[in-house]
Ligand binder design. Sequence first.
Ligand code: NAD
Length: 366
Amino acid sequence: MVEINAIEKVKQDGVFAQITSLGHEQLVFCYDEPTGLKAIIGIHNTVLGPALGGTRMWNYASDEEAITDVLRLSRGMTFKNAISGLNLGGGKAVIIGDPAKKNEAFLRRFGRFVDSLGGKYITAEDVNMKTSDIEYMAMETKHVTGLPETRGGGGDPSPVTAYGTYLGMKASAKKVYGNDSLNGKKVIVQGVGQVGKYLVERLIKEGAQVFVTDIFEDKLMQVAKATGATAINPADVYSFDADIYAPCALGATLNDETIPQLKVQIVAGAANNQLKDDQKHGLMLMDRGITYAPDFLINAGGVINVYAEFIGGYNRDVAYAQTEKIYDTCLDILNKAEKENIPAQEAAMQLALKRINDMGKVKLSY
Ligand code: NAD
């Protein structure tokens, strides 16, 4: 799940060196013998507000891998929350182990660890977590968001994430083609999971020619049949002749091997951490003349949705209205990147950092 180089760096330099270089405030190790719970909560920055980010459960191969993941993910949340205009800092939690083993006692114990931080960290759903798991955590702490709609929460954030991603794609089209219509555009959607399938629906509705892929053939065929999209082989994605590539599966798909193969003019998708190396691969895309919609900006609909719940009295229209701002922000970032001749990812990080650093408490850099 995490690159080997990054894990080796934690092993070689030690945890504190990593925390210092990435600018984290706190890393909290949680262990409970009776339930077998092993978790790490990463609090990257709380200048704009409490650190919000989901909890992921994964069978990490080593503690170093889990540490690397939580450090990287919590830092990413700082940028995402800042650029989205939310009064939130960045945090994330990882639970180490087989997701099949979680149960009520285990999740409630984790909820108590979250509670012990007194609201400095607010948790939500992430990979291998369901809204029912969130309900168990909520029995022990109020510092949790993403409850089901039946309990007054915002429910599944994926449709809102897909909406923001779609708007980021349209803003990119406006920049590249002079108008934002996706009608007739050839779009590849990699990963037809929760977010991907909603994105495909929106694209088809607009008249795009959509090509979908997934490593699970059944799921792929089901989405292709239901939407009218064309299924393609996962291995063909990067060299496929299309206009737009939307990564909606895993991170690091933009790297030394894939970027030279791309035939598209735009990359705009929902996956987190699409660039294997923010600076190097941001520059590689720029040099190839490919417009990149920064992932943490255009996939922020989900966190906007859980924030709308967190501030109380969840209102779906408010969440969607806030998500709509992604279009203008994305266009502004692409224009700034062009004017300053820098990669769009860098332009987006600068904007997020400016908001934090203008508060004047601590100075962050990237
Ligand atoms: P998901 O697990 O429901 O869907 C991911 C899909 O990608 C799965 O169907 C999986 O089979 C497929 N996949 C995995 N590897 C693949 C590969 N090599 N080629 C093709 N398909 C592959 O996840 P999701 O909730 O839809 O999230 C998708 C991405 O968006 C993730 O990176 C996630 O971190 C990010 N994201 C999601 C949300 C949200 O609201 N769900 C919010 C922000 C960011």
